[in-house]
Design a protein around this ligand. Structure first.
Ligand code: HEC
Length: 112
């Protein structure tokens, strides 16, 4: 292996490490969001976000996986979580801003 090839190999390995670290951090966010979601949101929004709960049907909640919900920006979704919307109570006083972000990250993982 000449020097240039060795350098390229090192650069490739470094890049792969960064990608793995970022993916790991995102997966962890998703997990924290999932735990919060299960505890605070699933009783209305349903385990998979479809809003298929008694409460969800009564309140006419949109499917969190739907295009209409997913097309909103992270900032818009964080604001809904913090301040509430319609019949949904705001969670700004119960959640840290970082937790609201984790929840949005989790909502993004629902879209498949
Ligand atoms: C008491 C029931 C209830 C709980 C608990 C609840 N929600 Fe909601 N949520 C609603 C209702 C009702 C709406 C629809 C509001 C509207 O469109 O008027 C809504 C709307 C939303 C939306 C916007 C969807 C859209 O139509 O654009 C998001 C995002 C959301 N909720 C996230 C959450 C998260 C995250 C939690 C947990 C921290 C949570 N909700 C807890 C009832 C609830």
């Amino acid at each position: 292996m000449n020097r240039k090839t060795a350098f390229m190999a090192l650069v490739t390995i470094a890049a792969l490490l960064v990608v793995t670290a970022v993916a790991g951090a995102q997966a962890k966010k998703g997990e924290e969001g999932a735990a919060l979601y299960k505890k605070m949101c699933a009783m209305c929004h349903g385990a998979a976000g479809a809003g298929d709960t008694a409460m969800g049907k009564k309140m006419n909640i949109r499917d969190l996986k739907s295009e209409d919900v997913q097309k909103q920006t992270d900032a818009q979704l964080e604001e809904i979580i913090a301040k509430g919307k319609g019949k949904m109570p705001g969670y700004g006083s119960k959640l840290q801003p970082a937790q609201a972000k984790d929840l949005v990250a989790y909502i993004r993982t629902l879209k498949k």
